[in-house]
Design a protein around this ligand. Structure first.
Ligand SMILES: *[C@@H]1O[C@H](CO)[C@@H](O)[C@H](O)[C@H]1NC(C)=O
Ligand SMILES: *[C@@H]1O[C@H](CO)[C@@H](O)[C@H](O)[C@H]1NC(C)=O
Length: 461
C-alpha cells in the first residue's frame, strides 16, 4: 500500500516537474512571427542534430524556470530552426544554437558563455530599460560598488542624453547604462562639465570628450573593460572586439615565482600610469598558464613572459630582450605602436594553412592520448586508404587530377614543420608572379602557369 502511494506521489511529482518545464520554455512554430510583438522573447534557435544545442537544453529549461520564478516579463522559447528555416533566416540565424532576445523591432544576440547565470543576467539587463536612472547619491554609490565599470550620463535633458540613449539601446548587450542628475553625483566627484557621460572604473572616472574620443559608441566600446584584467580565452575574444591590442603577462598564477609577480605588477603599472598614452590602443591583463596562448600562436611562449596580441589580424609581438624595468615595457609597447617591433603570425594564407595542420595535429594527438587504439583505427585506416589512392593516382600516368594532388601536398595539407619555409617561399613567388600571370592568362593557355596561379586565387577568397 505504502509502495503504491509512494509511486503515485512520484508520478505526480514527475508530472508536475515536466509540466513546469513545458510551461517555462515554449515550443515555437510559424505562428510566432505574428504573435511575438506583444512580448519580449528569449529564443533558442536550435537544430535537432546539433550537439551544443542538446547541451544547452537543460540550461535552457533552468533559464526559463528562473526567469519565471523571478517574475520576469520575458517569455522563453525554442524554435527548431531547420523546420522553420524561412523564419530563422529572417531573424539572421546562421549557426546553432543561436540565442536571441527579441524586443519589438530590436533583436539582440547573446554571445556569452552558455550558463544559466550568464544568460539570465543578459536577459534581465537587455530586457529592461536601455538607460536606468540613479535617483539618489546612495543609489549612485551602491551601483559604484556593484559594478567594476559603470557608465553614467550626468545632467538634465540634452542632445547628448538623446545620443546616449541611442547608443545604450544598441550596446546594452555589453554593459549597463545609467543616468543621474547633477545632485545625485557623489560629492567626491567633480565632472569638468555638465552634462557629460562618464565611466567609473579602476578606482577613478573618465569623461567622454567628443573632440578627442570620436563617436560616443566607439568610446563606450573602448572603455567598457577595466584597464587591467585577468584574461582567459573568452575574455580575450571579447577584448578583441574593442579593436584594441591586448598586452598580456603570461604567468603561473597558482604558483607564481618572484619573476611572475614582478611582470604582472609591471603590466598593472603601465595600465594605470600610462593610461593617457596607451588606453586608446591597448588593453592590459595577465593570463594563467601558456596553453591558450601557445595554441593561439602555434608556438611556445615562456612563463613568465609578455606578449602583445592583435586579435583582429592574429598577429603577435614579443619583446626583443628581457622585460626588467618599466622602461623596457613602455619602450616595447611604444615600439609595437610605431611599427618598429617585428610582428609574427597573422591571418595570411600560410598562417591559415598552418592553422589547419596545427588543429588537425592537436585533434589527432588528443585522440591518441585518450585512446591509442581508437586513434590507430580512426587515422590509420583512412591514411592507408589515402596512400593506396595516392599510389593508384601516381602510377596512372595520364591522370589529369594528378596535378591537383601535387598542389594540395605543396600547400601544406601535410603537417610537417619543415613545410613552413617552403610555404613562405611559395607565397612570395606567388605574389611576385601574380600580375605576370594575369597577362599570361589573356595571351595563352600554358597549363603550368594555370596551376601556379591557384594559391594566388585561394588567397583572395
Ligand atoms: C592590428 O590589426 C588591424 C587589422 O588588420 C590593423 O589595422 C592594425 O594596424 C593592427 N595593429 C598593429 C599595431 O599592428
Ligand atoms: C619607436 O619606438 C621605439 C621605442 O620607444 C624607439 O626606440 C624608436 O625610435 C621609435 N621609432 C620610430 C620610427 O618612431
Amino acid at each position: 500500500m505504502a509502495q503504491v502511494t509512494a509511486s503515485l506521489l512520484c508520478g505526480a511529482v514527475v508530472a508536475l516537474l515536466s509540466s513546469a518545464v513545458l510551461a517555462v520554455v515554449e515550443d515555437l512554430d510559424q505562428t510566432f512571427k505574428d504573435t511575438r510583438m506583444n512580448d519580449i522573447w528569449l529564443v533558442d534557435f536550435y537544430a535537432p542534430w546539433c550537439g551544443y544545442c542538446k547541451k544547452l537544453e537543460p540550461v535552457w529549461a533552468d533559464v526559463g524556470a528562473e526567469l519565471k520564478a523571478s517574475g520576469s516579463p520575458v517569455r522563453v522559447g525554442k524554435m527548431d530552426a531547420t523546420a522553420y528555416s524561412g523564419m530563422s533566416s529572417e531573424f539572421g540565424v546562421r549557426g546553432y544554437p543561436t540565442i536571441k532576445l527579441l524586443k519589438g523591432e530590436l533583436a539582440y544576440n547573446y554571445k556569452g558563455p552558455r550558463t544559466k547565470d550568464d544568460i539570465v543576467e543578459f536577459t534581465n539587463r537587455v530586457s529592461g530599460p536601455a538607460v536606468r536612472p540613479l535617483p539618489s547619491k546612495q543609489m549612485f554609490e551602491h551601483m559604484l560598488k556593484r559594478h567594476d565599470v559603470l557608465f553614467v550620463y550626468v545632467g538634465g535633458e540634452s542632445p547628448l542624453k538623446e545620443k546616449y540613449i541611442d547608443v545604450a539601446t544598441e550596446l546594452i548587450v555589453y554593459t549597463y547604462f545609467f543616468s543621474a542628475s547633477e545632485e545625485a553625483l557623489p560629492e567626491s566627484m567633480a565632472l569638468p562639465e555638465i552634462p557629460s557621460v562618464a565611466v567609473f572604473k579602476d578606482g577613478s572616472y573618465f569623461t567622454y570628450d567628443e573632440y578627442e574620443d570620436g563617436s560616443l559608441s566607439s568610446w563606450i566600446n573602448k572603455e567598457r573593460f577595466q584597464g587591467y584584467l585577468q584574461i582567459d580565452g573568452f575574455t580575450l575574444y571579447e577584448l578583441g572586439e574593442t579593436g584594441k591590442l591586448v598586452a598580456i603577462a603570461v604567468i603561473d598564477d597558482k604558483d607564481p615565482s618572484d619573476e611572475c609577480i614582478r611582470l604582472k605588477s609591471l603590466i598593472q603599472m603601465v595600465a594605470k600610469d600610462y593610461r593617457q598614452h596607451f588606453n586608446r590602443d591597448f588593453q592590459f591583463g595577465h593570463m594563467d598558464g601558456s596553453d591558450y596562448i601557445n595554441s593561439l600562436i602555434m608556438g611556445e611562449v615562456k612563463v613568465p613572459s609578455v606578449i602583445i596580441l592583435n586579435t583582429s589580424n592574429e598577429q603577435y609581438f614579443l619583446p626583443d630582450g628581457p622585460t626588467e624595468t618599466l622602461e623596457d615595457l613602455v619602450s616595447f609597447i611604444t615600439g609595437v605602436l610605431n611599427g618598429s617591433v617585428q610582428a609574427y603570425g597573422g591571418d595570411g594564407i600560410v598562417q591559415r594553412v598552418k592553422r589547419i595542420a596545427f588543429d588537425a595535429r592537436s585533434t589527432i594527438m588528443s585522440v591518441f592520448r585518450s585512446s591509442p587504439v581508437l586513434g590507430c583505427f580512426l587515422f590509420g585506416l583512412p591514411l592507408g586508404v589515402i596512400s593506396l589512392m595516392c599510389y593508384g593516382i601516381c602510377t596512372a600516368d595520364s591522370d589529369p587530377d594528378a596535378g591537383d594532388m601535387e598542389l594540395m601536398k605543396r600547400e601544406g595539407f601535410t603537417d610537417e614543420e619543415e613545410e613552413e619555409e617552403d610555404d613562405e617561399e611559395q607565397r612570395r613567388t606567388a605574389q611576385l608572379e601574380g600580375p605576370e600571370n594575369d597577362e599570361e592568362e589573356e595571351e595563352g593557355e600554358d597549363e603550368e602557369e594555370e596551376e601556379e596561379k591557384a594559391p594566388e586565387q585561394k588567397k583572395t577568397d
